[in-house]
Design a protein around this ligand. Structure first.
Ligand code: KET
Length: 411
């Protein structure tokens, strides 16, 4: 449009803007909130809920709040708190005794939760490797392609899930790693893969790591659910530790939205493992520059909460316990849902409900079946059949099982 046409039509600036498509996950929450049926269930967003279906404020968070109450943080510079957060977060990912934690070879920055950490890295990747694509598992969290696409990074996929076995398609995954151009970026979910709940075994991670070395690929780990797969924070970081042992440089996005129940506070960490301390200083300064232009600093309250929880041994021990409680409740709901469906004499095999791990069950329900669950039973989930098991409770599990049975029994 020429300037003169613009001048003629002063209300025409946004005429070409049509509505964006709804986000598949936040769209489910909106539909759930608008429903007034008392039996409604939200299995959409992957955020933890207690056995009453309510969001949880962990006791460790309450304790941390008490510790920081009244502290003079409203206007202070977030840098010192951010460094503490980074120092503690990288111990969670790479291991508290890992040499890289002490050697100063990690370039780490506090980030706006997991999404912000991914976005920062995507921008950094484009700045220094503009031609390199990033490979995502198929399927992956639907926001991954959005994030990297918005950063102008070419986006590709590698095979991951096997729909028939509802498990890992390991052979196809290895083929795609081998066939990708050398020195490609790969996004890996180190535990509790979203949306499938399917993780490689330690042995398979070793093979993946070996092949990454052969191909000089760069592993970028998106750690959004540490603790939810096994209930144990270290166990859930085993993939990262295996890659570390194998001598890779690694990128890592960590989120405290789910495992600390701090979704609304947007606390996360981005770390990039570098070849030496000098390189780490350079990489960190570039990341800081990108963040400075995008949003300057993250809000400080959530940072203080997380750094307090992670650096105070008593509060940290309480958090470790609470993570286990959350993981166990989800595990319990997996067993109960599967048993309930089996008791109803469902003609389908529901083994995968207990075989898959973490927040999600990739149920195998078709989009039409999901639509029926929404329409007839007020049960909300994404149309790919992903169920957030955190939304299942002792009191809604039999209603849920009946509804699933109803929409699947004649298929
Ligand atoms: N990575 C993965 C794999 C992931 O599932 C999420 C969120 C994020 C990063 C982002 O996390 P955050 O720290 O909130 O920025 N997933 C859930 C929530 C959402 O989509 O916002 C979900 O899949 O439901």
């Amino acid at each position: 449009m020429s300037t003169s046409t613009k001048a003629l039509n002063r209300l025409g600036w946004w005429d070409r803007v049509s509505p964006a498509s709804k986000d598949p996950i936040t769209g489910v929450t909106e539909a759930f909130l608008a429903d007034t049926n008392p039996h409604k269930i939200n299995l959409g967003v992957g955020a933890y809920r207690d056995d009453e279906g309510k969001p949880v404020v962990l006791q460790c968070v309450r304790n941390a709040e008490a510790k920081i109450a009244g502290c003079d943080f409203m206007e202070s510079n977030a840098t010192a708190v951010g460094s503490k957060l980074v120092e503690e977060s990288v111990k969670l990912a790479y291991g508290k005794d890992a040499n890289v934690v002490k050697e100063g070879t990690l370039a780490g920055l506090q980030a706006l939760s997991g999404t912000g950490a991914c976005r920062l890295f995507a921008e950094f990747q484009r700045r220094f490797h503009p031609e390199s694509p990033i490979y995502f598992p198929d399927p992956t969290w639907p926001n991954h392609p959005n994030i990297w696409r918005d950063a102008q990074v070419p986006v590709r996929t590698f095979q991951y899930y096997h729909p028939v076995s509802k498990g890992l398609n390991f052979a196809a995954l290895m083929d795609d790693i081998k066939n990708a151009p050398d020195a490609s970026f790969f996004l890996l979910h180190p535990c509790a893969h979203n949306p499938t709940g399917v993780d490689p075994t330690a042995e398979q991670w070793r093979e993946i790591s070996y092949q990454f070395k052969v191909k000089s690929h760069f592993p970028f780990f998106d750690v959004a659910y540490q603790g939810f797969a096994s209930g144990d924070l270290d166990m859930d970081a085993q993939a990262i530790r295996i890659f570390l042992e194998d001598g890779h440089l690694i990128g890592c996005a960590q989120s405290f939205a789910k495992n600390m129940g701090l979704y609304g506070h947007r606390v996360g960490c981005l770390s990039v493992l570098c070849a030496d301390a000098k390189q780490a200083v350079a990489v960190k300064s570039q990341l800081q520059q990108i963040a400075r232009a995008m949003y300057s600093n993250p809000p400080i309250h959530g940072l203080l909460l997380v750094s307090t929880i992670l650096s105070d041994p008593e509060t940290k021990a309480l958090w470790v316990k609470e993570v286990k409680v959350m993981a166990n409740r989800i595990q319990q709901m997996r067993s109960t849902l599967r048993e309930s469906l089996e008791k109803l004499a469902s003609p389908l095999n529901w083994e995968h409900i207990t075989k898959q791990v973490g927040m999600f069950c990739f149920s195998g329900l078709t989009a039409d079946q999901v639509d029926r669950l929404v329409r007839e039973f007020h049960i909300y989930l994404t149309r790919d059949g992903r169920m957030s098991m955190a939304g299942v409770t002792t009191s809604n599990v039999s209603y849920l099982a009946n509804a699933i049975h109803e929409v699947t029994r004649y298929n």
